[in-house]
Write a protein that binds this ligand. Structure first.
Ligand code: ATP
Ligand code: SF4
Length: 307
């Protein structure tokens, strides 16, 4: 199994689409790599693979080596800066065009998930984050079956479950928690995304989708509440365009002034056969987002929780 040299495998789950599961996955991956860990992200959202777009590496190609696929390097390690390497594998890299649709029946999806788990040459890594589709579909069942059969004891650290605060989302996520209980996947904790919108003009916080649904659900299921993540419209721009957001003059969020002049962005470098990004480039952009301290704290709590 190609996962043999990975210390911790984490699944990122959500009961409902659009709650920010893929966004949370990218931010956790970046937080971990910026903390010095080597990280892989496996995107098994086969019908809507979003990782290539989120990491801004859509045109990267996966290389086929004799033993399997070489994942795409999002950024290499930079030991001097205390940054670990970040790599990614997604069906998106194997599709011809960004708009190509995958219309597959269950058995083909199951086979693809198994192949992703067995044929990607990750090498030695501290963390593998697996971004899953919403709900409890064929992909989840094959993931759970394969991981629980092939992984070594303790290797599957568990699931990070993402929800938004409102009841309609938490009702679906409760099904996800039941799925974890049935399949024997432990839950590392719940992240409540899109909790409140802090206006950059007046710092007034509006709870657009309500507040506390994720925390109540975590309590009901006796699982850890990892924290709430507010809505930051600039974060959408960061994810959509890969460009640093611009905040109005005097914007202070989480005690940090985000209206400072844009930091020098490092050059993007491309190596033959794979697209790599300067670790500093990604780090700079990431650190310019108001949600960074929140994701850093959530990441620290996850690392502590799984020991
Ligand atoms: N905290 C946030 N603040 C602002 N925008 C956010 C936040 N979280 C997510 N978004 C935005 O919401 C949209 C949906 O997020 P994302 O694609 O991560 O959801 P998802 O749960 O993975 O969706 P799906 O499962 O349907 O692929 C994206 O445009 C993303 O940039
Ligand atoms: S919260 Fe922000 S956007 Fe809303 S009225 Fe106040 S300043 Fe305007």
């Amino acid at each position: 199994m190609s996962l043999g040299n990975i210390k911790h495998i984490l699944l990122v789950l959500s009961g409902k689409g659009g709650v920010g599961k893929s966004s949370v996955t990218t931010q956790l991956a970046l937080s971990l790599s910026l903390a010095g860990y080597s990280v892989g992200v496996l995107d098994v959202d086969l019908t809507g693979p979003s990782m290539p777009r989120m990491f801004n590496i859509e045109d990267a190609k996966v290389t086929q080596a004799p033993g399997g696929w070489l994942p795409v390097t999002v950024h290499p390690a930079n030991p001097d800066a205390g940054i670990g390497q970040l790599r990614c594998m997604s069906l998106g890299f194997l599709l011809r065009g960004r708009g190509d649709a995958v219309v597959w029946r269950g058995p083909k999806k199951t086979a693809m998930v198994r192949q992703f788990l067995s044929d990607v040459l990750w090498g030695e890594m501290d963390f593998l984050l697996i971004d899953t589709p919403p709900g409890t579909s064929d992909e989840h069942i094959s993931l759970a079956e394969t991981l629980l059969k092939d992984a070594s004891p303790g290797q599957v650290a568990g699931a990070v479950v993402v929800t938004t605060p409102q009841a309609v989302a938490t009702a679906d996520v409760r099904k996800e928690l039941n799925f974890c209980a049935k399949t024997g996947i432990s839950v590392v904790g719940v992240v409540e995304n899109m909790v409140g919108f802090v206006c950059p003009n007046c710092a007034e916080c509006t709870n657009i989708f309500g507040k506390g649904g994720g925390e109540i659900m975590a309590d009901d299921f006796h699982v850890r509440f990892l924290g709430g993540v507010p809505i930051d419209p600039q974060f959408v721009m960061l994810v959509e365009t890969g460009r640093r957001p611009t905040y109005p003059e005097g914007t202070v969020i989480n005690g940090q002034d985000f209206s400072q002049p844009q930091q020098e962005q490092n050059r993007q470098t491309e190596a033959p056969g794979e697209k790599t990004r300067d670790a500093g480039l990604l780090a700079n952009k990431y650190l310019d987002c108001s949600l960074e301290p929140i994701f850093r704290k959530i990441t620290q709590d996850i690392v502590t929780a799984i020991g």
